[in-house]
Write a protein that binds this ligand. Structure first.
Ligand SMILES: [Zn+2]
Length: 355
């Protein structure tokens, strides 16, 4: 019995072996394999059924093969349906990814555009010329920040020929005398928010070297802006001149406490009541009264000591101070207790002084 089962199994193996090239044989082999399973299960009936089973294998091969091809078609249909499903799912995922990427790109683009616009706006603000006009001697709008208030005032921060300076280590030479050609003149005065400024009528000149400068105005600072060997005085007068070519020359006269100052008194007597109001008294002043007896001086190249801090200014500072009374000093200090720019770096500039 066992030999018969073994024989059947062998025939199955033979069928399987030929199945590689022959679909019909393969189908037969599969059928034979399926039939051999119940045969081995029913061992007692095997003797009788072994013969017909083997004989049945031949005629059943055709229908079995056709059944198998139907199931293969089903499988193929099922498979292509699955593939189609997979492809659809894949396409859906791809589409979702593409949509998400597009949305992300759109958001990123919008963000970048916004950032670019913000940067451009910031750059425009930074590049735009500053046109502030408010400056003072202390705090936010004080000397350290003058250059940031107005684009035309950069020299106040970056200039290396700035004034005032501490006058020391001057080269002693035979400086030529400054030739003064001052006369009694009409004048107007104003409290301009930074100092008391006196504008004089034309015709007052100085000559230095070969250059003639005309007196424009004079004004006061407290304390003196310039120092001599580190020492300043209580006040100073600056007489501002301009040449026909527009060059500026400023004569500084230091003021210390003592006798009343005649010219100053005339100015104080005519002070306007309101800031920025200009008064033009029906009297004359002689700017010569602003000059000390001795005319030896320090000289160097510097700048305006207030915005826009223009450089190329010829400075001449008299060594001999003049005097003003404590009452005259007190009056000015009530208006301007502090209107002096701090001393600036000499930056290797040559300072000359009279012997
Ligand atoms: Zn000044």
């Amino acid at each position: 019995m066992r030999n018969l089962i073994a024989l059947f199994a062998c025939s199955c193996v033979a069928l399987s072996a030929s199945a590689a090239n022959d679909p019909a044989a393969a189908a037969a082999a599969r059928l034979a394999a399926s039939v051999s399973r119940p045969a081995s299960a029913m061992v007692p009936a095997a003797t009788k059924k072994a013969e017909p089973a083997e004989k049945k294998a031949e005629p059943k091969a055709e229908p079995a093969a056709s059944a198998s091809s139907t199931s293969e078609e089903d499988a193929e249909v099922e498979l292509s349906a699955k593939i189609a499903q997979r492809l659809a799912a894949l396409r859906e995922r791809q589409q979702a990814r593409a949509t998400a990427a597009a949305r992300a790109k759109k958001i990123a683009d919008a963000k970048r555009k916004q950032e670019e616009q913000a940067a451009a706006a910031a750059a425009a603000i930074a590049a735009a010329p500053k046109r502030g006009t408010g400056w003072s001697y202390e705090g936010e709008t004080g000397p350290a920040n003058w250059s940031k208030i107005n684009s035309d005032w950069v020299k106040c921060g970056t200039g290396n020929r700035q004034s005032p300076i501490d006058l020391r280590d001057g080269i002693k030479v035979n400086l030529e005398q400054i030739s003064f050609d001052y006369h009694p003149s009409s004048f107007s005065e104003v409290n301009n928010g930074h100092t008391i400024q006196v504008t004089v009528g034309g015709g007052n000149f100085i000559t230095v070297g070969n250059t003639v400068y005309e007196l424009q105005e004079f004004h006061f600072h407290r304390p003196s802006e310039e120092k001599i060997n580190g020492k300043g005085t209580e006040m100073v007068i600056h007489l501002v001149h301009k040449s026909a070519e527009g060059k500026i020359a400023i004569v500084a006269v230091l003021l210390e406490r003592g006798q009343p100052h005649r010219l100053m008194q005339t100015i104080w007597d005519n002070l306007p009541l309101e800031k920025f109001d200009t008064v033009s008294p029906a009297i004359v002043i002689d700017p010569t009264d602003a000059l000390p007896e001795r005319r030896d001086y320090f000289t160097y190249m510097g700048s305006l000591t207030e915005p826009p801090c223009t450089e190329g200014v010829l400075w001449m500072v008299f060594k001999q101070p003049m005097q003003a009374s404590p009452a005259q000093m007190a009056l000015f200090s009530r208006l301007y207790p502090l209107n002096a720019r701090p001393v600036q770096s000499t930056a290797g500039r040559m300072i000359k002084e009279s012997n």
